[in-house]
Design a protein around this ligand. Structure first.
Ligand code: 5GP
Ligand code: MN
Length: 323
């Protein structure tokens, strides 16, 4: 971790120690890194100061309900906030309903690893070389001198494992493994955690997966794969948007594919887009064109239009990226 990040973390810890009303939050459509990170930091701050609040900005996917102290994530509308800590959030819009509380807070600390982060905080700890926000939270908790117990370690492991594709993606470094080695030393049960995260797919999700894969199109000399999940598919399978988890990685894993794209219909005039790549294409740049963002190999955006329109627009940008 570079010196600058180290100093910024000292500043953040000073703010945490000085502030009375602290609110922690992350992004809408939360993933393992965002939920694991807010819970881990929340538990650590609670140990340090006796109280903390973790804001619920969206429903928690079933995958993460097993995490310890998940019930700490709640809705709050108290506007008396001294310090707002945003984790894993590339920009303020990603906070959803949390944005209005962030704007009312005396100070915002923005802790993130997205390359597209727009530094919206008063203090910005943005480290694109970190595989997960969970790595940054691990480092802050160590610096705070709070002991990492099994509950905190379980949340950090979940954060790091999910954002690295189980330590497979190119963002994984030796530092990732050193951190995870420390977490294992604390005695977490990775078999239980991994069954909860990766081996508990519901039948509804499985059927949604099959329906979505049925829409698979392979384009641009087999280098691009695109799939769609519609509201009809969600309804007929009694599934939720969160149940699209896993579809895009399956499509990306086709041998010839460099860029995989999943179009998730929100309604007839809004589509949430997820993009992944393997080696060559920076998908964060593609999503940036639609006011989205993310990482080089995993990014997302929202396109306002029908599925057909969204497909046309995104494919045009993907095609340009190959030139
Ligand atoms: P996913 O496709 O799993 O929703 O997201 C992939 C990555 O892109 C994640 O790191 C996520 O935080 C980021 N991302 C997804 N959608 C958006 C968006 O609309 N705006 C920004 N800034 N980042 C996004
Ligand atoms: Mn993340």
């Amino acid at each position: 971790m570079d010196k600058k990040i180290d100093f910024l973390m000292d500043d953040a810890i000073r703010l945490i120690k000085e502030s009375d009303n602290i609110l922690i939050a992350s992004h809408v459509q939360p993933d393992g890194d965002s939920i694991g990170s807010i819970l881990a930091l929340g538990m650590a701050i609670e140990k340090l100061k006796g109280k903390v609040r973790i804001l619920k900005v969206d429903d928690i996917p079933s995958d993460y309900q097993f995490l310890p102290n998940i019930e700490l994530i709640k809705e709050f509308d108290d506007e008396n906030i001294d310090l707002f800590i945003a984790l894993d959030c590339g920009d303020m819009e990603r906070l959803g309903s949390g944005k209005k509380l962030a704007l009312k807070a005396k100070q915002i600390v923005n802790i993130d690893h997205h390359i597209t982060n727009d530094n919206f905080g008063d203090l910005n700890i943005v480290s694109p070389s970190s595989a997960a926000t969970g790595e940054l939270v691990y480092k802050i908790i160590k610096k705070m001198d709070v002991q990492i117990d099994k509950n905190i370690a379980t949340c950090l492991y979940t954060a790091i494992s999910t954002d690295t594709g189980s330590f497979m993606y190119s963002n994984t470094t030796y530092k990732t493994h050193l951190i995870v080695a420390e977490l294992l030393k604390i005695g977490i049960n990775i078999n239980d955690i991994n069954i909860n995260i990766y081996q508990s797919r519901s039948m509804e999700r499985t059927k949604l997966f099959l329906d979505s894969l049925d829409t698979l199109e392979i384009l641009l000399d087999d280098k691009v794969a695109i799939v769609t999940t519609t509201q009809d598919m969600l309804e007929s399978n009694d599934a939720k948007l969160e149940d699209t988890e896993g579809i895009i990685s399956f499509v990306r894993d086709i041998d010839t594919v460099e860029v995989a794209c999943l179009l998730k219909e929100i309604d007839e005039s809004e589509v949430k887009v997820s993009i992944r790549s393997k080696k060559a294409i920076d998908v964060s740049k593609i999503c940036n064109k639609f006011n989205g963002g993310g990482h080089i190999r995993a990014a997302g955006c929202t396109i306002y239009g029908s599925i057909k329109e969204a497909k046309k627009l995104i494919l045009k940008e993907i095609e340009m990226a190959f030139r």
